[in-house]
Structures are given as structure tokens and as C-alpha cells.
Design a protein around this ligand. Structure first.
Ligand code: G4P
Length: 524
């Protein structure tokens, strides 16, 4: 297969949802279709790692939460599919945000009974920032849920995106009969407990008298609903979908494997193949011959005895090859990888080459940071790996004076991995760790002890927000920093950060210093 065709057949995406909506179940069913796994239940171990892949971080086993973001690749109908898994727990949302920078599209899973939930909203904001194409899967149709039209309205209103149903439920909960697949013009019938679509009948015209034979007294309602759909929603068009303005919607039940294959079949047809990536210097096109990619994830310490990490690189252009020298742009040095790995379902295996859209795992001993670029030689810096303003803060202190060096090294490396954010207080030089969730503090403390032998303790710090500040007016910036000295810190890159201890203080600062820009994510 030639290079262009390899690019065209790739679909790299993430499934996102509020916890419990059914992301893991859907992922698993997709992998079953791809033949990547053979038994249901295999991916659960990814979420709650009780068995298998036991060499991932010990903490995951302990807590039963997927701290890590892994990659699952498989072939389906000639397409190469890469699913980037994201941690379900909201304390690791930052990890999910970063993963979203490495995908070309997204499937959002929504629980039919719960509708749009907090985490869905937050993740969608990130998608919107990047105009990521989104398909919605409304799950758990086998249970009593909200009215489908209400759900569509809710999605439009709460996620600020237009929707277009491509399948439509017939009944719901106890009376769920199946869906009319608008995309393929067929009726997909559901029988509880059968764990699949029991019958699929082509119906180009839903006014065909035979329809009643299959869905009985649901017929009139379906015809009525379809009339409303055709009247209210414009015909499905891939352009607004690809631009991130329109989300096609499917209904189904992941647990019962209902509507999943239809989702996948439509997905491979309409979802984008690897897209151009915006770098600081220029736009990088996947078809370019020279290799380029960026690190979006570092997965540490598969083996606590050796400081080994895997840096996940997303191939943006060209072909990545094993044992070829590539330039680590930030360090300005050439590196060669003798055992890069690809991820096929739950296995990782050494690969000789990878194409745009693929994710390659590079064994690393501390060379890489999140956001680093790797190229055939060109000076390229990728944009778009934002750090979000953390929401929780604590001072980190050394609890064992003999191990100060280990602690500093540990903190440095964990921050490079993107586990949390470090700020140095200008007033007292103390180290502040900022996170989006309490669990991250526990993970950091655990890992510092187990991986670096460093004892640490936390001291409370009550802050409302840390925001990055900048201004074209140097005098005003200096004035601000002088006046707010006790609230100033710098981040790891030495950028100025304002630590506001209340919403009021922040508001006042914004009012009083009009020439200063306050940023709530570090990508500006
Ligand atoms: P998540 O990754 O988004 O957190 O959700 P997950 O797939 O783990 O699903 C959450 C719960 O919802 C699971 O039940 C799962 O079996 C159930 N579920 C998923 N899809 C459907 C569906 O289509 N219909 C129904 N009725 N339930 C569904 P659990 O009891 O938490 O876990 P388990 O004991 O079944 O593993």
C-alpha cells in the first residue's frame, strides 16, 4: 500500500464521556468488531486493572482507576483504527485534555437517562477549542431514559453544537424495539438479552406497509418522529461535521452490542483521516515526506527498578522508522529508537514503521517532556498542548532532609510528565503543586516515595486560581508584579503566574490593570 493510502485509511480518535456513561463498554465492543479482542470483559481490565497488563503503574492496580491513557489499534474493513483511551476519573481530566490534542475526531457517549453531565460539558469545551469533529452515541437505550427529542435539544443547548440524528430509537427501556438507521436506511431490531441486533431489514421508505409487521404499534410514532426529524434537522452533510459544527447522533446500547457496529461503520466512512497539524512555524501536512511528531503523553515506570518511561508520540507527517535518527528539537540532538512500540489492542509490540495518525511508544529514560517535537531534522515546535489553570493547590515539603535531591528530581520529572503543575512562589521560594483533583496529590506523593524514595508532605494553601499573566505594557506588568508581590509565582518555564486567593481579588486585579491579560490556560 502506498504512503497516501496508509494515511487515508487511518482513523485516530478518542471516546469521551462522563464516568459511567459506558465508555469502557463501548470501547470493548468496538475492539470485538475489530477482532482485537475475543472475549467481552477484556477491556474492563483496562479500567480496573485487576488482571493482565499488570506491569503498568502499581497505583492503577491499587486504586482501580485508569491513571494512564493507553492506545488501542486495530484493523477494520481496511481501515486502521487507533482509539486513544482516556482516564475516566475526573481528577485526571488534564490527561484527557492532552490526549484530545492527539486525535482527529471524538465519539462522545451520553447516558440516555442522565443526558449531558458535567464532565461531558468540560471535555466538549476542549473539542470546541480545536473544532474537533464529534459523533454522539446515546447509550443505555435498553433502560428508561429521557425523551430522544429532549436529549437532542439538551445536547445542542449544553454542548453548543448542532445535532443531526443518524439513527432513531423505537420505544425505549422496557419497550425498546430497536432503531431506524437513517444513515443506512434500515430497521435494526432489538431483542432483550440477545446481545446483538437480531434482525436488520432494509427500508428505504418508512411508509412501506411492511414496516408494521416488524414494529407493530410503534409504526405511527416512528413515522411521526421521522417527519419531525426531516423537517427540523437539515440533511446530514459531512462538511459541518468535519468543521466541528454538527454532531451526528446515534442511539444504542453498548452493553447489548446494539447500534455499535452501525456507529463504527458510519464512523469509518465520515470521520477524518489524519489532519494537518498547526506548528509554531507552519502547518504540517500528513502527506509530507519528512517525519514529524509530538509527545502528548509520558507513561512512567513500567518497571520501578529502572527509571523507564514510554513517551507516546503522535506521528503528524511522514513515515516513522525504527533505527533511524530523528531530531529531538528541544534538546537539539539526534536520537535513534531500536525498539519503538505500537499498540494493538492490549498488546504492545515492536514496530518497524508507523504512519501519520499512528501513536508510537518510545522507550525513554527522561529525555522527553510533554509537548516535545521529534522530526527528520526541521525545527518544528507543535502548538496546542495547553496547561489548564489548576483548581487545587498545596505546598509540597520535604519530609526527609537526607533525600532532598531525590525529591527535587522526582518533582521535576513528574511535572515533565504532566502529572500536575509546579509553581515557585516569588515571595518565599516555596514549591506549590497545582492540580485539578485531590487524587493527583495522592498519586504524586505515592510515586515520589515509590519511584524516587522521597518522602514528602503537603501543606494546605487556599487559592482560588492561578492564572498566567502577560502584557505589552512592560511598565504596567512590572508595577503589577511589584504591587502583588506576595501573590506572584513562576511556572516551570519561568512564566509569570498570578495566584489569586479569591474570585474577588482576581476580578479587582483585572479591573485595575486593564493592560494585563489574564490567561486561564497556558497556551496563548
Ligand atoms: P465508563 O467507562 O463510561 O465509566 O462506563 P462503563 O462502560 O464502565 O459502564 C458503566 C456501567 O454502565 C457498567 O455497569 C456497564 O455495564 C453499564 N452499561 C454500559 N452500557 C450499558 C447499556 O447499554 N445498557 C445498560 N443497561 N447498562 C450499560 P456497572 O454495573 O457499573 O459495571 P459492571 O458490573 O456491569 O461491569
Amino acid at each position: 500500500m502506498n504512503f497516501q493510502d496508509e494515511i487515508k485509511r487511518r482513523r485516530t480518535f478518542a471516546i469521551i464521556s462522563h464516568p459511567d456513561a459506558g465508555k469502557t463498554t463501548l470501547t470493548e465492543k468496538l475492539l470485538l468488531f475489530g477482532g482485537a479482542i475475543h472475549v467481552a470483559g477484556a477491556v474492563k481490565s483496562n479500567k480496573i486493572k485487576k488482571t493482565a497488563t499488570s506491569d503498568w503503574m502499581e497505583i492503577e492496580k491499587q486504586r482501580g482507576i485508569s491513571v494512564a491513557t493507553s492506545v488501542m489499534g486495530f484493523d477494520y474493513n481496511g481501515y486502521k483504527i487507533n482509539i486513544l483511551d482516556t482516564p475516566g476519573h475526573q481528577d485526571f481530566a488534564e490527561d484527557t485534555f492532552r490526549t484530545l490534542t492527539a486525535v482527529d475526531s471524538v465519539i462522545i457517549v451520553i447516558d440516555a437517562a442522565k443526558g449531558v453531565e458535567a464532565q461531558t460539558r468540560k471535555l466538549m469545551e476542549v473539542c470546541r477549542m480545536r473544532n474537533t469533529p464529534v459523533i454522539v452515541f446515546i447509550n443505555k437505550m435498553d433502560r428508561e431514559g429521557k425523551d430522544p427529542f429532549d436529549l437532542l435539544d439538551e445536547i445542542e443547548a449544553e454542548l453548543s453544537i448542532h445535532v443531526r440524528p443518524l439513527s432513531w430509537p423505537i420505544g425505549g427501556g422496557q419497550t425498546f424495539k430497536g432503531v431506524y438507521n437513517i444513515f443506512e436506511h434500515k430497521l435494526d431490531l432489538y431483542t432483550p438479552s440477545k446481545q446483538t441486533i437480531t434482525e436488520s431489514i432494509k427500508f428505504d421508505d418508512i411508509h412501506h406497509p411492511d414496516l408494521e409487521k416488524y414494529i407493530g404499534n410503534h409504526t405511527a410514532k416512528l413515522r411521526e418522529d421521522m417527519e419531525i426529524i426531516e423537517g427540523v434537522y437539515p440533511l446530514f452533510d459531512t462538511k459541518p461535521y468535519l468543521e466541528g459544527h454538527l454532531a451526528p447522533v446515534f442511539f444504542g446500547s453498548a452493553l447489548n452490542n446494539f447500534g455499535v457496529k452501525e456507529l463504527l461503520d458510519c464512523f469509518v466512512q465520515i470521520a477524518p483521516c489524519p489532519l494537518p497539524t498547526q506548528a509554531m512555524e507552519r502547518v504540517i501536512h500528513p502527506e509530507e515526506e519528512a517525519f514529524s511528531g509530538f509527545i502528548f503523553k509520558i507513561h512512567a515506570n513500567m518497571d520501578p527498578n529502572h527509571r523507564s518511561c514510554i513517551a507516546f508520540v503522535k506521528v503528524c507527517s511522514g513515515k516513522f522508522e525504527r533505527n533511524v535518527n530523528y531530531k529531538h528539537v528541544r534538546q537539539n540532538k539526534m536520537l535513534r529508537f531500536s525498539s519503538p512500540t505500537a499498540f494493538m489492542a492490549q498488546k504492545k509490540e515492536v514496530v518497524d514503521e508507523a504512519y501519520p495518525g499512528d501513536i508510537v511508544g518510545l522507550p525513554d529514560t527522561g529525555n522527553f517532556k510533554i509537548g516535545d517535537s521529534l522530526t527528520s531534522g526541521e525545527e518544528i515546535h507543535f502548538k496546542g498542548l495547553p496547561s489548564f489553570s489548576p483548581e487545587m493547590f498545596k505546598y509540597i515539603e520535604n519530609a526527609d532532609p537526607m533525600k532532598a535531591k531525590q525529591l527535587n528530581k522526582g518533582i521535576d520529572q513528574l511535572m515533565d510528565e504532566g502529572v500536575a503543575q509546579l509553581f515557585i512562589h516569588q515571595n518565599n521560594g516555596r514549591k506549590i503543586i497545582g492540580t485539578v483533583g485531590q487524587l493527583q496529590f495522592e498519586v504524586i506523593q505515592y510515586r515520589l516515595l515509590h519511584e524516587y524514595g522521597a518522602q514528602s508532605k503537603w501543606e494546605p494553601l487556599s487559592l482560588y486560581k492561578a492564572c498566567w499573566i502577560e502584557s505589552d505594557d512592560k511598565d504596567e506588568l512590572e508595577n503589577f508584579k511589584r504591587r502583588k508581590f506576595q501573590y506572584m509565582a513562576v511556572d516551570k518555564e519561568g512564566r509569570d503566574v498570578f495566584l489569586a486567593d479569591s474570585g474577588y481579588i482576581l476580578q479587582m486585579a483585572q479591573q485595575d490593570f486593564k493592560n494585563i491579560r489574564f490567561h486561564f490556560s497556558s497556551e496563548f
